[in-house]
Design a protein around this ligand. Structure first.
Ligand code: NDP
Length: 503
């Protein structure tokens, strides 16, 4: 029956006669319980908000497609990458990380860069950031790290002491801190930033050979950033500036695009490379693993309803397709659990049935049944167990990941080569940044770190000094710290430095 869109109904379809005046006992009397329309309307409104994402709460999204531009079949058997010219639908969500859902788009923060490919072999999600590295490299540290970027439990205020105390006691963060406090920490818009997988992943081909890979989505709009002063002005002028920019450019037919470049490492290289290639605080130098252009991502359609498509979108790095799998990167291993788990909390166990999350080009054929909000036919009368002899869907061995070797003892290992933590941020500061980039970086750090206690400033300045003497000295000068003290702290081990600067 065609839907009657002209007449207002209650949720279950019966007609509403009056939507302006509650049912009362007499002209001025109290409202009656039997105004079931009012009760239903208020009851639904009271439950409109779903839990906010604990990270990446503020975001914007769009639909588009990915097109393959190079032959990568010798590296992966993923079908959506199998042919030059092949196009796959996708949905993307960009976000800030630490702020609440109503926070400003121009905050200094990494930007989330999550892509859902609706492939014919199921959904493939890539959940990246606009930075190629991350603050920490073990998932045990993640909840603590995020607490320090959020609000102080007593004051409910952002707290520079918490922020810098943790980072200065976690020196592996220095590379990401350097990128975050450069002007790349405040991208001009979502269209003007790159997206990186940050993690390494595994690609494997139809012969079972595998490779380690990193993804780089390079913006075709050019990288453009806001200075600290511009970002501060933007926060009050238009707190939603990046959301607005993305929506309006797509609405006006100016479709943003990104070129996907891959770094591909032969499997054997990982063993003896000069640092641990699975350590997410490190990049793979372009000279050793030159990025190869393999495709184009275009965003060409706005969501029709923000809540339905953006707020309810749910990405999980555990959503792989045959030909792609995880690397041993410990942060990635933690995220394989945490993303799916948080979506079950936020959206419920059947969040895969929400249209934006459905594997629309490869229908679900699982034996999962029931649970809250099962909105399809729940498998109908078909078998709900495996193995069965009633024609239910069967596992397909061609979907198996090739076996891979593992060695060693089970233990709690720290990543090796901790001194390497200072090499890449030092290179970034010395060799990549222009004089203007460096000046802005130092200014951005000084204005933020200046809010923390002196002992924390000293400890963090020593970390900058370890990355590069000029870098640390300029931060110390900006904060009016005693450079001799900074040098002394920089020469100490991490444990000695922590003890020396303890309260
Ligand atoms: P390259 O000189 O080949 O790479 C430098 C890269 O740095 C550029 O390609 C660009 O990456 C990025 N970049 C440019 N300006 C800035 C900036 N102001 N802030 C942050 N990144 C910037 O050398 P390497 O590959 O040996 O890397 C040197 C350093 O560059 C690394 O230690 C790392 O800090 C940084 N870097 C390296 C990346 C990599 O994957 N190798 C990626 C990004 C940064 P892009 O084109 O991706 O914007």
């Amino acid at each position: 029956m065609a839907k009657d869109t002209k007449h207002l109904t209650k949720a279950f379809g019966s007609a509403v006669g009056d939507d302006q005046n509650s049912l009362t006992a007499g002209n001025r009397g109290p409202v009656l319980m039997q105004d079931v329309h009012l009760l239903e309307k208020l009851g639904h409104f009271d439950r409109e908000r779903i839990p906010e994402r604990v990270v990446h709460a503020k975001g914007a999204g769009a639909h588009g497609y990915f097109e393959v531009t190079a032959d990568v079949t010798k590296y992966t058997k993923a079908k959506f990458l199998s042919k030059i010219g092949k196009k796959t639908d996708l949905f993307v969500r960009f976000s800030t990380v630490g702020g609440e859902k109503g926070s400003a788009d121009a905050e200094r923060d990494p930007r989330g860069f999550a892509v859902k490919f609706y492939t014919e072999e199921g959904n493939y999600d890539l959940v990246g950031n606009n930075t190629p590295v991350f603050f920490i490299r073990d998932p045990l540290k993640f909840p603590d790290f995020i607490h320090t970027q959020k609000r102080n439990p007593a004051t409910n205020l952002k707290d520079p002491d918490m922020f810098w105390d943790f980072l200065s006691l976690t020196p592996e963060s220095i590379h990401q801190v350097t990128i975050l406090f450069s002007d790349r920490g405040t991208p001009a818009t979502y269209r003007n930033m790159n997206g990186y997988s940050s993690h390494s992943y595994k690609w494997y081909n139809d012969k079972g050979e595998y490779f380690w890979v990193k993804y780089h989505f390079k913006t075709d709009q050019k990288v453009k950033n806001l200075t600290r002063q511009d970002a501060d002005a933007m926060k009050s002028k238009d707190p939603d500036h990046a959301t607005r920019d993305l929506y309006n450019s797509i609405k006006n037919g100016d479709f943003p695009s990104w070129t996907l470049e891959m770094q591909i490492m032969p499997q054997a290289d990982a063993k003896d490379y000069r640092f641990d290639v699975f350590d997410i605080t490190k990049v793979w130098p372009h000279n050793d693993y030159p990025p190869i252009k393999i495709g184009k991502m275009v965003l060409n359609r706005n969501p029709e309803n923000y809540f339905a498509e953006v707020e309810q979108s749910a990405f999980a790095p555990s959503n792989f397709v045959p030909g792609i799998g995880p690397s041993p990167d410990k942060m990635l291993q933690g995220r394989l659990f945490s993303y799916h788990d948080t979506h079950i909390h936020r959206l419920g166990p059947n969040y895969h049935l929400i249209p934006v999350n459905q594997p629309k080009n490869a229908p679900e054929m699982s034996y999962q049944r029931d649970a809250f909000m099962r909105t399809d036919n729940n498998g109908g009368g078909g078998p709900n167990y495996w193995p069965n002899s009633f024609g239910g869907p069967a596992p397909d061995q061609s979907a198996l990941e090739p076996p891979f070797a593992i060695e060693g003892k089970a233990d709690r290992f720290a990543y090796q080569h901790p001194n390497d933590d200072f090499v890449q941020p030092g290179n970034l500061y010395r060799d990549v940044m222009s004089e203007q980039d460096k000046t802005n970086l130092i200014g951005n750090i000084v204005s933020h770190l200046g809010g923390a206690q002196k002992r924390i400033q000293l400890r963090q300045a020593a970390i900058f000094y370890k990355a590069d003497k000029n870098y640390g000295t300029r931060v110390a000068e900006g904060l009016k710290l005693d450079i001799k003290q900074v040098e002394k702290l920089a020469a100490m081990s991490q444990e000695e430095r922590a003890a020396e600067t303890a309260k």
